[in-house]
Structure formats: C-alpha cells, structure tokens
Design a binder for this molecule. Sequence first.
Ligand code: PMP
Length: 443
Amino acid sequence: TTGPTAVEGAGLDARARELDRAHVFHSWSAQGALSPMVVAGGLGSRVWDHEGRSWLDFSCQLVNVNIGHQHPKVVAAIQEQAATLATVAPSTAALVRGEAARRITERAPAGLDKVFFTNGGADAVENAIRMARLHTGRDKVVSTYRSYHGNTGAAVVATGDWRRVPNEFARGHVHVFGPYLYRSEFWATTPEEEGERALQHLRRVVESEGPSGIAAVLLETVPGTAGVLVPPPGYLAGVRALCDRHGIVMILDEVMAGFGRTGEWFALDAHDVVPDLITFAKGVNSGYVPVGGVVIGEEVAASFDERVFPGGLTYSGHPLAAASIVAALDAMAEEGIVDHARRIGTDVLGPGLAALAERHRVVGEVRGVGVFWALELVADRATREPLPAASMARAKSELLARGLLPLTADNRIHVVPPCVVTDDEVAEALEAYDAVLTLLDEE
Ligand code: PMP
C-alpha cells in the first residue's frame, strides 16, 4: 500500500493538532498550553506520525500495549466479531464473553472463578471496593500513599498519589506507607527490613482504625505509576495473614502489573499470595478495545448468590472487548510472550539498565522486573534529591529526538516496552537512554 507523501503527511499532522486543540479536552492536563505528539499508526514496538517520523514505544502508551501494536490476530478477531455481533446487553449469555472470562480465570489462582467485566481499570477498582463493602458490611478501605487506582469516585480517593488534589469523594479511606526501600522514611536498610517495617506499620494502622470497620486492603501488586515498587519477599503474604485475621477483603490491583508486564500472567504469581479480588485491565487485551474487570474469589462471589449485586454497566463484557481478550490471551500463550518478557527482563533489559546506573551518577536507583522498570533520577546520589522537573522535561524531549517514546513520572523514567520487544530494540533503546543520561550527568 502507499501511504501519504511527506507533504500530505505534514498536512495530516497539522490537521490532527488543529482538531485536537479545538475540540479535545485532555486527561490530567491544564488545557491551555498542550502540544501532544501525533500518532498515526504503529506495529509491534514502534509508532509513527503521518509524516513518517517513528519512535520505539517504550511507554506502551499508558503501559498497556503488552502484545505490541496492531497484532494481526487481535485486529482480525475484533473485525470478525464486529461483523457477527457488535454489541449485546450484559444480561445475555454471549459465548465470546464466557470464553474471555474462562481464559482470565484459568490464569488466576484456584478459587477465583468469576469475572465482572468493566470498561477499564478505574471502574474495576470501583466495583471491587463496592463488592468488599457489601460483602463485609464495613466502610473503610486501606490503601497506600504511593499508588494509582484510577480516576472515578472511590478509586481516586484510594489513589495516594492524588491526595494533593482536593476532591469531593473522600469517605472511609485510610492510607499507609507501603514498602519503598530507596525512600524509606524509617529504619529499614534491606528489602526484608523494609517489608517488615511496612507490615508493622499496616498492622498498627489497622488496629488503630478498628479492624471491624475495615472492608478492604487495596494494593497494587507492584505499584506502577508511583515508581515500579516491587514488594519485598514475604510482604504480600503478611498482608494476606493480616486480612485473614480480621475478615478483611484483600484486593490486588493488577491493572498495570498483570498479563505479562512482570514476566508472569499475574504479578501475584511471584509472591505466593491469593487475594480475594483481583482487578485487571490494560494488558488483558493490550488496550485494543477499552475493558477491565474484577476476578472474584468464591467467598465474595457467594455473598451475591441470593442477594442482588447492585452494580452494572451497559458494556460489561462487550463482545468486541471479549473477542479481543480471547485473541490476545491466546496469542500470548501460543507465542510464549509472557516467558519472553521474563527473559528480556532477566537477560537483557535488567542488566542493561544496571550497567547504565553504574555509568551515570544521575541514576539513583534502578528497579523492576520483566518489562516493568524505573530509573529514579537524582540531582545528588548522597542526598537522593530528586532530579528537578526542568531536567526531566529535557530528558523527555531528548529521548523523543532520538526516536524513543518515553514514559516519565516525577523524577523517574519508566522503562516499559511491549512484552514482545526484541533484543535489538532493547539495545537501541539502551543507546538512547545512555546518550540522554550523559547529557543529564553533564548538567
Ligand atoms: N489501577 C492501576 C494500577 C493503574 O495503573 C491504572 C491506570 N494507570 C488504573 C487502575 C486505572 O485504569 P484506567 O485508566 O483504565 O481507568
């Protein structure tokens, strides 16, 4: 096929910017001075604009394109489903929805056998909290200061990162300091000590708040947006034991960490822990159609055998979303994509980033697993003072100029390529990071 010429392409990019500026209200932004990049297409680990400029996508958009852009099997499945049955009410028994739910529950721990489908991650968290409150008859939800759970009523209050933003929904939410050794405010000096510190703190908060009023402890298995904070060994098992002691529902949010990101189907697989509810979205179908959901353990599910669950969504288990889940999970299994992500993390990306940290004093810490990494950048290694925002902005534009689409947050570069990223693409990305870190060192 023939694409637009460079001249036509420049016109399309300009038109995209013009329409965007005139009519699109953007998430998480002051609308006045926005100048978003144009993305016209993509394939695998790359995206491009209309003019033919291309970038290695080491952001995965919002850490969701786990299977890579435009996977042919997933695209075909969506097209076929659209031609057969493009929409159907959630109250029906649609074969494709059942097939999607079965594939998700087969990957979840035993005993979590049902799926409530939502339109994305925030409403998955919203409904998980609702289930926990109805199941326990309690109100409070404990989550961490360093977390992101979405931008709807309860999910945004549970989100620690956004407590700086005033909002109208706060009710019954309590926050704790989860494990984060590099910036532990306390006495911990090893991952194990930091895990124990965080558990002791959580125990005291639960006791002080009154366990009989706490519906749920809600944690990202690996907090993502807040900095890719892989929990220390034993921490999640300790939380499980605490929840068991007090009849508290344990919710693990796997919206970002699930479906290959950590080199596991679910991130919790590496932590020997079985929660009561799992929230998912993003990687389950790589975002080709908006979808999320809650995987529900038998105890909570049984609560709603006789009693009505009052939640629901017009598009719950939408056929296009379901078809894309079936195709994406089958392709991931057939093509060994989860194992590939684990190998990339262990053999290529992890060692490559560790080598960068040794060479560049601006890197305070490298942490992560699979294709889920963060470089925490500092102005001073001794004091760990975060790299200022202006330097982070420069890092972003210098990476873009070198053909790499990065994800940055606060003083971190999140290194989050698709699970299908190749060894050569990792090498190319490491070169770009290396060059830009050199500039930051000099600064
Ligand atoms: N939970 C986690 C862990 C997330 O990372 C996100 C999105 N970044 C959400 C929930 C919210 O998902 P969505 O944006 O699809 O509502």
